[in-house]
Design a protein around this ligand. Structure first.
Ligand SMILES: [Zn+2]
Length: 296
């Protein structure tokens, strides 16, 4: 795995969302190694605070981020003699987040290990994630996003730098079914209305006899999610972590934006939670598909 590749792919992703003003207020960055996570988060912060908006590396803002001395970059970690981030620390961070940036138009608050927050600390952070000040971006690093409260996970954009099991090849579906689902994944990656409607047909929204059983639907979502996870890895320059990476997958990754991949992954994860809660079938499928449309 090449860290520089990941950083440069993230750079181009961030450049796009920064240019389009689509920076999310909070990112959960899951990385296999804390060092790599920190390097990427630092690059992220640099791009967010840079004079030119693309992390030039030479302006005053970039230099200060590189040395962690930028007044608008706040890092949060356990005190030296402790292992956890306390609720008091998080409350301080939350009040600080409402103070206007000192140098530029944004502030970045970086948690070097989000999972080090106590449950109370996470709950304290939740309040600001629910109604975040417009000029603050939270970057929360973690080794495994499942170690954070579900409420935190659902209010942050997850960026994963490692492969999560199972990979698309391990999901118990017939070959033919996988091919069809891969085709659907390609449609979702385009993010357009017509293609999303044909996905609705596959799931039997118009014709009830094509409806899937709950178990099959869960497997289909899981499969689609793993395809998008693989696309994300390729996008991040970690294609070597994808089992049996194919030219087809590379192709789809090449023609899909990072934003769209993340959008679909979020919708699929949400769809899986709705399925667990037995949300009404058509509503579940249609909200998933509408969520995947890139209408901006
Ligand atoms: Zn710069």
């Amino acid at each position: 795995m090449q860290q520089s590749n990941q950083v440069s792919s993230l750079e181009s992703y961030l450049r796009t969302i920064t240019a389009k003003g689509r920076v999310s207020h909070a990112y959960l960055l899951e990385s296999p190694s804390p060092d790599m996570g920190l390097a990427i988060a630092q690059k992220f912060a640099q791009m967010l605070l840079c004079d030119t908006g693309d992390g030039c590396g030479t302006c005053k803002n970039c230099k200060m981020v590189q040395s962690f001395s930028h007044p608008d970059l706040q890092t949060v970690q356990p005190p030296e003699d402790k292992k956890q981030i306390s609720v008091a620390q998080v409350r301080d961070v939350v009040s600080e987040s409402y103070v206007k940036p000192y140098m530029g138009t944004r502030k970045v608050i970086l948690f070097r290990d989000g999972a080090a927050m106590t449950v109370q600390a996470q709950n304290a952070l939740l309040k600001v994630l629910e109604e975040p000040p417009g000029d603050v971006v939270f970057l929360i690093l973690c080794g495994n996003h499942m170690n954070l409260l579900e409420t935190i996970r659902s209010r942050t954009t997850l960026l994963q730098l490692q492969q999560m099991q199972p990979s698309s090849g391990d999901i118990a579906l017939e070959e033919e079914e996988r091919d069809r689902l891969f085709d659907l994944a390609q449609k979702l990656s385009g993010g357009n209305l017509t293609d999303c409607y044909s996905v609705a047909d596959y799931f039997g929204v118009r014709d009830r006899k094509n409806r899937k059983e709950k178990k099959t639907l869960a497997l289909s979502f899981q499969y689609l999610l793993s395809v998008f996870r693989e696309l994300l890895l390729i996008k991040l320059g970690c294609g070597d972590l994808v089992h049996g990476s194919s030219a087809l997958l590379e192709n789809v990754a090449g023609s899909t934006s990072m934003e769209q991949i993340i959008r679909v992954m979020e919708q699929l994860a949400l769809g899986m939670r709705r399925l667990e809660r037995n949300v009404q079938y058509d509503l579940l499928i249609m909200s998933l598909l509408y969520g995947c449309i890139d209408d901006k």
